[in-house]
Design a protein around this ligand. Structure first.
Ligand SMILES: Cc1ncc(COP(=O)(O)O)c(C=O)c1O
Length: 403
């Protein structure tokens, strides 16, 4: 079958073509998406869906945003890619915005979340080597249910048997500590620790917010042993929680923060934000990427950042997020255990597996994603409106009565 004339293919043909030509690593819903508008998206057969997955917490401004499209088109007509052999203005302008609005002094751009964490691992190792030359300081601490990515370094910090088993040996010297357990910190974080990686709100692990007291205790312990504190805000950062950063609420600042998913509203980008002390250990040639920080993606990311960082935008996320949480809590079903989260990053934990709910969601015009076996993860575009929350609740309530 030729797949060159995409527009003329039926959904059945596209799904068969995928099976034939694409590595079978994704269990996809049987939907071929064609176009979107805001929170709505349509499949090629014309069915409409409300998108509560947003490309897994990516499409912060929704689909087919006109402002993003204009910036993208204008930049594409000027300059798309240069590599990092040269300077370009969009990269520097984006870095200025990120540092002006965070703890960070400097930025290194990447192309994805896992790459941002790979870079943070390397920076942490080098920081320890330079600053503690006589200590064997190579350990990295992560937490139960963490998700930091699929490449070999990030995978080692993602303690899930199903993800790790086939790929051992992994990066050594990783210590897994219990999440939100202050009493356990002293045993797990020691003089041998070079960095501690944590998601201020765990995403894939089931939408578990870190206790602000836990983050404060982590900061103190990292200072005691000379370890870097790394916040992985790939999923919870940039407005998702209703604050600009997931850690804003607790007032604790990291040494390194990684970003990705929503940063360019759907184009691939990641970023590692660091203090000057961390930046100082990285010299010419220590790290690099051909594509990262290109003018096209950075111009779009600057536009996305300007819109998300506006106080009124963040207030909207908080209001609609609180409304979504309330409305979900009102659902009277014995299948629901708890509803938790912050802003528009909400997890509904069920007593049962969520896969059938996600499948029925498709039949009821909802795009949904899970987080582990029992948790439905609601991470819609941040432009979601309360009326769309009402539609979600009505449809989920209906689905639950059929289970
Ligand atoms: C917290 C966190 N870190 C890292 C990643 C990996 O990002 P990517 O899929 O862009 O490599 C994810 C992806 O879900 C994530 O949620």
């Amino acid at each position: 079958m030729s797949t060159t004339q995409t527009d003329e293919l039926t959904a059945t043909q596209i799904m068969a073509g995928e099976k034939q030509h694409i590595l079978q690593t994704y269990k996809r819903a049987p939907v071929v998406l064609s176009h979107g508008d805001g929170v709505k998206v349509w499949d090629i057969e014309g069915r409409e869906y409300l998108d509560f997955a947003a490309g897994i917490a990516v499409n912060a401004l929704g689909h087919a945003d006109a402002g993003m499209a204009d910036v993208l088109a204008a930049q594409a007509r000027k300059l798309t890619h240069t590599s990092n052999l040269y300077y370009t203005a969009p990269q520097v302008q984006l870095a200025e915005k990120l540092t002006a609005n965070s703890f960070a002094d400097k930025v290194f751009f990447t192309n994805s979340g896992t790459e941002a964490n790979e870079g943070a691992i390397k920076f942490s190792r080098k920081y320890a080597k330079v600053n503690y030359p006589n200590v064997h300081k190579t350990q990295i601490v992560c937490f139960d249910h963490a998700f930091h990515g699929r490449t070999m370094g990030s995978l080692a910090l993602t303690p899930k048997e199903a993800y790790q088993a086939a790929f051992r040996p992994l990066m050594p010297d990783v210590v897994v500590a219990p999440f939100n357990d202050i009493a356990a910190l002293n045993t797990h974080i020691t003089d041998q620790t070079c960095a501690v990686f944590i998601e201020p709100v765990q995403g894939e692990g089931g939408i578990h917010p870190a206790d602000p007291k836990f983050l404060a205790a982590l900061r103190t312990r990292c200072n005691e042993v000379g370890a870097l504190l790394v916040f992985d805000e790939v999923q919870c950062g940039l407005g998702r929680t209703g604050d600009l950063w997931g850690h804003t609420i607790g007032g604790v600042e990291p040494d390194i923060m990684t970003l990705a998913k929503p940063l360019a509203g759907g184009l691939p980008i990641g970023a590692i934000l660091v203090t000057d002390a961390v930046a100082a250990v990285m010299g010419y040639g220590d790290h690099g990427s051909t594509f990262a920080g290109g003018p096209l993606v950075c111009a779009v990311a600057s536009h996305v950042f300007d819109r998300i960082s506006k106080p009124a935008f963040l207030t909207h996320v908080k209001e609609v997020g609180a409304y979504m949480m309330d409305r979900l809590q009102e659902i009277n079903s014995p299948l629901i255990k708890t509803v938790r989260g912050r802003g528009l990053m909400v997890g509904v934990e069920f007593n049962t597996e969520v896969e059938p709910i996600i499948k029925k969601g498709v039949d009821n015009g909802l795009l949904l994603v899970g987080a582990g076996v029992n948790v439905l993860r609601l991470v819609p575009p941040l432009i979601l409106e309360k009326g769309q929350v009402d539609s979600l609740v009505e449809r989920i309530t209906g689905i639950l009565t059929t289970l």
